[in-house]
Design a protein around this ligand. Structure first.
Ligand SMILES: Cc1cc2nc3c(=O)[nH]c(=O)nc-3n(C[C@H](O)[C@H](O)[C@H](O)COP(=O)(O)O)c2cc1C
Length: 180
C-alpha cells in the first residue's frame, strides 16, 4: 500500500487530550506510505446551519471539505461526553455529510477509535460515531473497535504502551486495506 492519505478527526479540543496523544501515536505507527493528517480546526467550525451551507460557506468548513476531498480514508479519535459523541465532532460530521449524497468522504473507509475515563473507554461514543458517520457518507468499518479506558495509560503517553501501539497500528492497517 503506498501514498494513502488519512484524514484524522479529533473529538477533543483539550490541549493535553489523551485522544490527541492517541492520534500522535497513530501517526507514529502508521505503515510506510500512509500519511495521517490531523484537521486541527474543528473548534473553528460554526454550528451547522443549512441556511449558511452553500457556495459561500465559512472558510473553516471549506478547509475541512477540501482536506476531506483529498483524503482516501478517515480515522476518528474521540473521547465520550455524557455517554455520546462530543458536540464538536458531531458538528464536523454534520458539515461533512453535505452536499447530501455527494459529500467529500462518500464511500471512503473510516474507523473510529478513542479513549475515555470510564471503564468501557468510551464505547457508547464510538458506537454512535460509527452510526452517525456511516449515515453521513463514509464506509465505516464496523468491526474495527478500540475503546481504551484512559487508566490503561497510567498517566503516560499512549506510545509507551506497546499493546496499545500494536492495536492502533492494526486499526490503521485495516483502514488502509479498505482503500480502493
Ligand atoms: C463534558 C464531559 C463529559 C464526559 N462524559 C464522559 C462519559 O460519558 N464517559 C466517560 O467515560 N468519560 C466521560 N468524560 C471524561 C472523559 O472521558 C475524559 O475527560 C477524557 O480524558 C477526555 O478526553 P481527552 O483527554 O481526549 O480530552 C467526560 C468529560 C467531560 C469534560
Amino acid at each position: 500500500m503506498s501514498d494513502v492519505k488519512v484524514l484524522v478527526l479529533l473529538g477533543s479540543l483539550r490541549k493535553e487530550s489523551v485522544n490527541r496523544q492517541l492520534a500522535e501515536l497513530a501517526t507514529e505507527v502508521a505503515p510506510e506510505g500512509v500519511t495521517l493528517e490531523l484537521f486541527d480546526r474543528l473548534g473553528e467550525l460554526p454550528f451547522y446551519n443549512e441556511d449558511e451551507d452553500g457556495d459561500d460557506v465559512a472558510e473553516p468548513v471549506r478547509a475541512l471539505r477540501a482536506v476531506a476531498a483529498d483524503a482516501d480514508a478517515t480515522l476518528v479519535v474521540t473521547p465520550e461526553y455524557n455517554g455520546s459523541i462530543p458536540g464538536v465532532l458531531k458538528n464536523a460530521i454534520d458539515w461533512l455529510s453535505r452536499p447530501f449524497g455527494n459529500s467529500a468522504l462518500k464511500d471512503k473507509p473510516a474507523v473510529v477509535i478513542g479513549s475515555s475515563l470510564g471503564q468501557y473507554g468510551g464505547v457508547w461514543a464510538h458506537d454512535e460515531t460509527r452510526k452517525s458517520f456511516g449515515v453521513a457518507g463514509p464506509a465505516v468499518i464496523e468491526d474495527v473497535k478500540l475503546s481504551i479506558p484512559s487508566a490503561t495509560f497510567d498517566g503516560k503517553h499512549p506510545r509507551e504502551n506497546s499493546e496499545v501501539a500494536g492495536s492502533v497500528r492494526e486499526a490503521i492497517e485495516k483502514l488502509v486495506a479498505e482503500v480502493g
